[in-house]
Write a protein that binds this ligand. Structure first.
Ligand SMILES: Cc1ncc(COP(=O)(O)O)c(C=O)c1O
Length: 401
């Protein structure tokens, strides 16, 4: 099984030193974006950002700005208590109803952090007699939640249904409940799981399925409803959907969507919800208004898909490797060495294109890459310029296979 490395300060420091020693560059992280944008504007350039999650081009949308101002004026900056004991505001329920309707789930509940949503849910859901089976590429938030769960844990090889079935065959009967956890789009590779195959397995073995749609909400499917819409499967066959408000909904926070009874139970038992403050009026208004626009303007999703297709085609034509990405919102370009990756990232940055290298942080040590988050707002000409710059920068013979 491939080994993953969590964000490791020493690794960054080593990489920084290696980068400086070998190719004369500083590490590319914690870029101050507003300053970089100002510098680019002063030089008469457009700053092109591939590092943010604004898939549908909604940040700064006038409707979202106006709704946020209105919420601030009406409710103030926070709700000042846990909703369980401090009471809710009507916007909480309205937003949660809208998320559930969009996804075809019974109901939903919103929490103040996407990361915390996975941590608290996975910590809470299973007991020592249950079993948790996860894809080996699971996000850090899933791993952290799982590590604090009392349930035994198993990993299946990434997107390998044969391996998942082997684990179910061998272990399912020895446990009371079994939860399989996967993601809608895997954030470092831009690939997706075989949902119909996993649904068939989970139903045959009597397991539950949790899908983290952090990266697929607003991205997969013709109208952005996620992986079920992509495959044309009934969303009710998925037991729990997790998502974040920080990506397509350009806000901040997380949600859980499931059958009404599950959400009602979680509202009274989930520690990260009961003992944490309710969503602030400002971020709830931003997310709810963004969701309304996503529903009303599916052409944004269509445009995002076209941007992804264009990126994949151009990268292939330039002989660059995009790994297993299917081109929906997340596309990596793979490099042979961390030094090569860092040099390409620095070269892009010098051209006012922000796409930081991912070197040993959340990806296998031997698979350095620059990860591109795509947006409906990206222009084809900027994608072409980016690909051309990378291709020109990679010396002949150094291209990754
Ligand atoms: C799969 C997945 N789940 C959850 C999260 C956490 O979301 P947030 O950044 O909104 O806390 C992330 C973060 O990128 C993620 O990749």
């Amino acid at each position: 099984m491939k080994k993953f490395y969590p964000l490791d300060v020493l690794a960054v420091r080593r990489m920084n030193m290696a980068g400086r020693a070998k190719i004369g560059i500083e590490h590319p992280y914690f870029e101050v974006i507003d300053r970089a944008e100002e510098r680019a504007a002063a030089a008469g350039h457009r700053y092109v950002n591939f590092a943010h999650y604004d898939y549908l081009g909604l940040i700064g949308h006038p409707e979202i700005q106006a709704a946020t101002h209105e919420a601030l004026d009406r409710y103030g900056t926070g709700v000042l208590a846990s909703r369980l004991v401090g009471g809710e505001r009507s916007f909480h329920g309205i937003f949660e109803r809208n998320v559930a309707d969009f996804l075809g789930q019974g109901f939903s509940m919103a929490l103040v952090s996407g990361y915390l949503t996975n941590v608290t849910l996975l910590n809470h859901l299973l007991g020592q007699n249950d079993l948790l089976i996860m894809d080996e590429y699971s996000h850090s938030s899933i791993l952290t939640g799982a590590s604090s769960s009392r349930a035994p844990k198993l990993f299946f090889n990434h997107n390998d249904l044969g391996h998942l079935e082997e684990l179910l065959k061998e272990h399912r009967d020895k446990h009371r409940n079994c939860l399989i956890a996967i993601e809608g789009i895997y954030s470092m590779d831009g690939d997706i799981p075989d949902l119909p195959g996993i649904l068939e397995l989970k139903e045959r073995y009597g397991a539950w399925l949790l899908i983290d749609e952090a990266y697929s909400f607003g991205v997969l499917g013709k109208t952005g409803r996620g992986i079920c819409e992509h495959y044309g499967t009934d969303p009710k066959r998925v037991d729990i959907v997790i998502g974040t408000l920080s990506k397509a909904m350009v806000s901040c926070g997380g949600f859980i969507a499931a059958h009404e009874a599950v959400i009602e139970w979680l509202r009274f038992t989930l520690p990260g919800f009961m003992y944490s403050v309710g969503l602030s009026p400002i971020i709830a208004a931003a997310a709810n208004t963004a969701l309304g626009i996503i529903r009303r303007e599916p052409e944004r999703v269509e445009r995002l898909h076209a941007v992804g297709r264009h990126f994949l085609e151009r990268a292939a034509a330039a002989g660059l490797s995009t790994g297993d990405s299917i081109g929906f919102g997340v596309i990596p370009i793979l490099f042979e060495t961390p030094e090569q990756t860092l040099a390409a990232g620095a070269m892009l940055k010098a051209s006012d294109i922000y796409a930081p290298p991912i070197v040993q942080l959340g990806v296998p040590k031997n698979a350095p890459r620059i990860r591109f988050f795509l947006s409906a707002k990206h222009r084809f000409e900027d994608i072409d310029r980016t690909i051309d710059l990378i291709a020109a920068n990679i010396e002949k013979g150094q291209r990754p296979a």
